[in-house]
Design a binder for this molecule. Structure first.
Ligand code: KG4
Ligand code: ZN
Length: 328
């Protein structure tokens, strides 16, 4: 059995976790910066980087203390090396390098998207490769065929906004604050999803990718018309977004070699309406549906530590660079 320290700092969550190769999260700490960014209606990179720099080291110390471990007892230190906001990624990666050097422990530079892609296997020991992954968060919107560690086939990405970003922008239009996804979902419960006619960008096109910019603009125009209740706007937006997701999934699944399971990850996986629709969709196609617990869906360090567990035995050089962009 091995144990890996994971570090995550690519967006607005600062996190450290210790995870074992037999899928035990031994200790973890996570701090969200929502309050610091809320006044700006989105994540401010400079504020995020400074917050990571202040918070990360005490968090690492806390998980190590809780587990009663010294650096030399770790089998690896895994840190997000990209993609993400570069200042934050550098804070986490440089911390990991320093600790790896101090403890003479292998460094594993993890692609944040790989962390999301493999995290369902931390929660579910029965989930074997290959599987289809819908990764929908504030920064990512992709459909992948996860074929093995380091083997990902991307079938769709977004040509403009990510799905979570579309939720956040809709929330802003409706004056609901940041992050907007949960607020839009709550308001949508009180609305009629068929009340406001909204576009479903790219639905029924041969194009495999996502696009949400046109939907967001339509929400803005509908709001400005003053003809609709906010709850109807929220519900209609959510329905349109969901219709897009299901249509894109259909296209992607038809284009890939069949897989037994559909997995959803990323912050938008917290949305109950979307989750339930995905579950129905999967069962109609005879697929198993896997949605990891929410704490593993949103950004966290356990998924980075787990990616390190999956890659145990490998190591990266101490001069490896942080990468703002890093497609899987
Ligand atoms: O995975 P995550 O925590 O961070 C990123 O990597 O982006 O995802 C955050 C995103 C935000 O855009 C947030 O609005 C969205 O996930 N989100 C939701 C819900 N909860 C979070 N979107 C829709 N419905 C929700 N219930
Ligand atoms: Zn993420």
């Amino acid at each position: 059995m091995g144990i890996v320290l994971g570090i995550e700092s690519s967006c607005d969550e600062t996190a450290a976790a210790l995870v074992t190769t037999d899928r035990r999260i031994v200790a973890q700490r996570i701090a969200s910066q929502d309050e610091s960014h809320a006044p700006y209606g989105g994540v401010v990179p400079e504020i995020a980087a400074r917050a990571h720099a202040e918070r990360l080291a005490p968090m690492i110390e806390a998980v190590m203390d809780e587990a009663g471990l010294s650096l030399a007892e770790l089998d690896a230190i895994a840190a997000t090396a990209g993609p993400g906001l570069i200042g934050g990624v550098m804070v986490g990666l440089v911390s990991a390098k320093a600790l790896a050097m101090a403890g003479d422990v292998p460094l594993i530079a993890v692609n944040h998207l790989e962390g999301h892609a493999l995290s369902p296997r931390l929660a579910d020991p029965d989930l074997e490769f290959p599987y289809a992954l819908l990764l929908v968060s504030g920064g990512h919107c992709q459909i992948l065929r996860v074929e093995g560690v380091g083997h990902y086939r991307r079938l769709a990405t977004t040509i403009d906004d990510a799905l979570g970003e579309a939720f956040d922008k809709t929330a802003k239009i409706l004056g609901l604050g940041f992050p907007g996804g949960p607020a839009v979902e709550r308001l949508a419960h009180e609305g009629d999803p068929r009340a406001v006619p909204l576009p479903r960008p790219l639905v029924d096109s041969g194009e495999p990718h996502f696009s949400f910019a046109g939907l967001k603009s339509a929400v803005l125009r509908a709001k400005e018309s003053g003809q609709h209740r906010d709850a109807d706007l929220a519900a209609s937006f959510q329905q349109a977004a969901l219709d897009c997701v299901l249509d894109r999934l259909r296209v992607a699944l038809d284009a890939m070699e069949p897989v037994p399971a559909l997995v959803v990850a990323g912050g938008v996986a917290a949305n109950q309406t979307i989750r339930e629709a995905l579950e129905r969709f999967a069962s109609e196609r005879g697929m198993r549906f896997v949605a990891p617990p929410m704490a593993l869906c949103t950004d966290n360090a356990a998924m980075i530590a787990w990616a390190g567990c999956e890659r145990l035995g490998q190591s990266d050089p101490l001069d490896i660079a942080a990468r703002p962009r890093w497609p899987l």
